[in-house]
Design a protein around this ligand. Structure first.
Ligand SMILES: Nc1ncnc2c1ncn2[C@@H]1O[C@H](COP(=O)(O)OP(=O)(O)OP(=O)(O)O)[C@@H](O)[C@H]1O
Ligand SMILES: [Mg+2]
Length: 508
């Protein structure tokens, strides 16, 4: 394949245009980034290129010849492989079966699967990605989301595609896994593969892409060579205005200790973790995948309680065995896994955003739906949830807008004193990130304690007053603002010296 092109693509859902007259063409060996705000139409465009959705208007062309894709199978047969934004593996099958789905090698008889060969081939694809630690016989349901994403990528690579579409692949990957992916993308591009890459992380766009398309409200508003752009120009194209300050400044006035944990342990994921949070503080928490930070957050929230150790809330010993208990103690938890802990996809926005507040409103008297709708609607507007209109199932929202609904739900709870935010800006566009950062700063200024768990060091550095670093289930550092740097934090998280971090960055 020399070129892949689309002309005049349009697509509407319920009369609302998700894409309007989109045309572009991409040559072999190019890494094309597609950017835009939440709901801009990126995933819709990718679904059309991968046969998962049909355009209302427009055509697809391969080497100038019009093609029609009736289903994903036909796209794959044409050499177009896609890693969608939402994970799509079959959880009860093994890693190897998922990777080789539909391509299982046959044994001596046609109805036999050659299992040894299948495991070997799956291993080979993973090794090609630089991944050596995944057991291909393991069931997918036992894997973390980041490892599942690696398996999705491996699966897309099996047929040696000529076009590889990656829709926010790094949203759930660790830094190391993301680096392996970038390496693979570069070598595929060198071999002539067309890569279409969606991400909200601007650093990645500049690191990996040759060209950038920007979608805004379904229209293509920019098509430019990456090296002709800078951060500000890209942000302006996406948001429609410059964003002057990403991270807010705020007065830091630490108040009384609101949360303290002492020797908190849950074997084997974390042990003997002690730290405290004061009102008015934003405390960052960093750790590589597997360091135990999410398990610790889930324990503080009572979702999977600790085995031993103590949690103290505002100077009193608290017993937090369930999320309900955590909410009673004034703890809110914005989760990284919106499908497991955050949202009920088939309920509408009002019901989702209202899930955590039902208690509050009911306590006043009756559960007044009209009042709840007004409260929730106002918060959804603050967060610019799109499209507007609260009576639609959350399932129909774009990924980033779903994340905003999770946040809205917790911002609506009265009496919250402690906010645990686990990757709150994952999959969220830059303008909304700025809005979320502003809200976090406001909550801290109002005297709440904030624990900000994040894999993005710029976010940690930009937002935190101090940072806790986890490694291998232990809390290994509590760094004050003056000692916070990219190198210092990463070195503690990886268990190496700061000099080695520099060396690693150069080699990587
Ligand atoms: N199945 C659907 N039913 C109704 N509306 C939909 C459906 N799928 C997408 N939309 C709407 O189409 C628009 C574009 O959504 P899309 O998922 O393409 O956005 P996106 O650019 O990928 O955003 P994000 O960065 O949040 O992933 C949104 O307004 C979305 O709500
Ligand atoms: Mg999307």
């Amino acid at each position: 394949m020399k070129t892949l092109a689309v002309t005049g693509i349009g697509k509407s859902y319920d009369g609302n245009a998700a894409l309007k007259d989109v045309s572009f063409s991409v040559e072999r060996g190019t890494v094309l980034a597609v950017c835009g705000e939440n709901g801009a139409g990126k995933s819709t465009l990718m679904k059309i290129l991968s046969g998962a959705a049909k355009p209302d208007t427009g055509t697809l062309l391969i080497d100038g010849e019009e093609i029609r894709l009736n289903d994903p199978r036909e796209a794959i047969d044409r050499g177009i492989a896609t890693v969608h934004q939402e994970l799509s593996l079959l959880p009860h099958l093994s890693v190897a079966e998922n990777i080789m789905l539909g391509k299982a090698p046959r044994g001596r008889f046609r109805w036999q699967v050659d299992w040894q060969e299948m495991f070997r081939l799956a291993d080979e694809v993973l090794h090609g990605l630089g991944v050596e630690t995944i057991d291909v016989r393991q069931k997918v349901s036992t894997l973390s989301v980041s490892v599942q994403q690696v398996v999705e990528i491996a699966k897309a690579l099996v047929g040696r595609p000529e076009v590889l579409i990656l829709d926010e692949p790094t949203a759930v990957l660790s830094a190391h896994e993301a680096e392996l992916l970038f390496r693979a993308v570069r070598s595929l591009a060198r071999l002539g593969t067309i890569i279409i890459y969606i991400s909200h992380r601007l650093e990645e766009i500049f690191e990996i892409s040759d060209r950038v398309l920007v979608l805004k409200d379904g229209e293509m508003v920019m098509d430019a060579a990456t090296n002709a752009l800078d951060h500000d120009a890209l942000i302006r194209a996406m948001v429609g205005r410059p964003l002057t300050a990403i991270y807010p400044t705020r007065r830091i006035r630490p108040g009384p200790t609101l949360l303290e944990c002492r020797h908190l342990t849950r074997r084997p994921v974390f042990h003997d973790v002690s730290f405290s949070l004061r009102g008015g503080e934003v405390v960052g928490m960093f750790g590589l995948v597997g360091s135990g930070r999410t398990d610790l957050a889930r324990a503080l929230f009572g979702a999977t309680p600790a085995d031993s150790g103590e949690i103290w809330i505002a100077g009193e010993r608290a017993r937090i065995a369930t999320p309900r208990g955590a909410v009673r103690n004034g703890i809110a938890f914005v989760t990284e896994d919106r499908k497991r802990d955050g949202l009920v996809l088939d309920l509408d926005l009002i019901d989702n955003a209202g899930l955590a507040t039902m208690g509050n409103v009911a306590r006043v008297g009756v559960l007044d739906r009209r009042r709840r709708t007004a409260m929730v609607g106002a918060k959804l507007d603050d967060l610019a949830v799109r499209p507007r209109g609260a009576f639609r199932p959350v399932r129909q929202l774009s990924g980033g807008n779903q994340q905003k609904v999770v946040l809205a739900k917790w911002l609506l709870v009265n009496g919250t004193r402690i906010f645990i935010l686990d990757e709150p800006t994952r999959g969220v566009d830059i303008a909304t990130k700025v809005e979320i950062y502003r809200m976090v700063a406001e909550l801290a200024e109002a005297g709440l304690a904030i624990l900000l768990i994040s894999s993005e060091l710029p976010e940690i550095l930009g937002m935190s007053d101090r940072v806790l670093v986890m490694r291998g289930g232990s809390l290994v550092a509590d760094l004050p603002r003056a000692e916070m740097s990219m190198e210092a934090i990463f070195a503690r998280a990886a268990g190496i010296s700061s000099d080695q971090v520099g060396a690693q960055a150069r080699d990587g």
